[in-house]
Write a new protein. Structure first.
Length: 355
């Protein structure tokens, strides 16, 4: 594989993934797909009528390298099941799952163990720390399993402990720490092996709201530094909109929409997605690039140019140009002009009410 092909290859590639629970799931899925001529909705109904549980149905998506991809939905929607299928904690019933171009459904148990130790990091809602180990020992444990020497693994543990904001607590035991601090230890432990791909299954959901927001901010800072490929599971739309590059929304085992936070908020595909975002302050999440107009006119920066950027939220942009009554240029980070926006368009976008 040449470098150009490798750079375009997604970190994770899922095609037609099914996770079915019940007796003889692979055979029954094959029969259902055959009888339904490959129609996933019809196949799911056949499986349900047969007493099976199609927890994930025909899921297809990519996670790009360096992308923070959030999967969200209500309890029972299949969001946690799908991440367990990708990481092979569960064996998918059908479909294709590739990680960095490798077919993990064909990988041996030994190969999957190797991938989890060296390429894949995992953080779950329950911290799973060893109560008899200090913070440093907990964080260094995966490196010990890799056979690294004590000096080397301790040095690496100290690096990630500082990264997650726990410097000074290296010798503490889990019982001496708050819930938020213990979750930071869990995050540090998963980062110790420097994974390429990171799975996080509702890591903050058991925490108090204030601690949760603080950890979200810390997590965003960590991702800005490390640029991991991440699959993050949550049921909280506010959390998803805050941290995601793209969001996949699941309902009853199916992915119903994939889009950027702006697309999810401004263009929900159905009432289910619309219900998630109905109480969301759109101006805090929708980006200016979603409402600017294309134009052939090339405006120049004048003395009153408010410096609008395409990645600004609508609220930020409106605050910057409230006093202007004519179209304002919007600039990309590299200084090229991307389009124009009129203050009235910003106000209208913020006034949008869901029907």
């Amino acid at each position: 594989m040449n470098n150009e092909t490798a750079s375009k290859q997604p970190a994770i590639r899922c095609r037609g993934v099914w996770q079915v629970f019940g007796a003889n799931p692979k055979q029954k899925l094959a029969n259902a797909l055959s009888v339904s001529n490959g129609d996933p909705d019809a196949a799911a109904k056949i499986l349900c009528d047969d007493g099976m549980i199609p927890a994930v149905q025909d899921a297809t998506f990519d996670v790009h390298k360096g992308e923070l991809f959030v999967v969200m939905g209500l309890s029972g929607s299949g969001k946690s099941t799908i991440v367990r299928g990708i990481s092979r904690l569960l064996d998918a019933t059908g479909g294709e799952i590739d990680i960095d171009g490798e077919n993990v459904l064909a990988a041996s148990k030994a190969r999957m163990t190797e991938l989890r130790r060296r390429k894949l990091g995992m953080v779950f809602q329950h911290f799973g720390l060893f109560p008899h180990m200090t913070v440093t020992e907990n964080v260094a444990f995966p490196l010990k399993m890799q056979g690294q020497g004590k000096k080397e693994r301790t040095a690496r543990a100290m690096e990630v402990i500082e990264l997650v904001g726990l410097k000074g607590r290296e010798k503490s035991f889990p019982r001496e720490m708050s819930g938020g601090q213990r979750q930071r230890v869990g995050i540090a432990r998963s980062l110790a092996v420097n994974p390429d791909i990171w799975f996080l299954d509702e890591p903050f959901s058991a925490l108090d709201p204030l601690i949760r927001r603080q950890l979200q901010d810390e997590f965003i800072n960590i991702q800005a530094t490390l640029k991991k490929s991440i699959v993050f599971i949550t049921h909280d739309i506010t959390e998803a909109l805050k941290i995601a590059d793209r969001i996949a929304i699941m309902r009853d085992g199916k992915i119903v929409q994939i889009g950027t936070p702006t697309e999810i908020v401004l263009n929900p595909v159905d009432d289910y997605v619309r219900e998630f975002s109905k109480d969301v302050a759109k101006g805090r999440h929708a980006r200016l690039r979603s409402v600017i107009r294309n134009t052939d006119d090339k405006l120049v920066k004048g003395p009153d140019d408010p410096g609008l950027r395409e990645d600004m939220t609508l609220e930020e942009a409106l605050a910057a140009c409230m006093s202007l009554y004519e179209p304002v240029p919007v600039w990309a980070k590299d200084g090229t002009m991307k389009g124009v926006i009129h203050p009235g368009d910003l106000a209208a976008a913020l006034q949008v009410e869901e029907s």
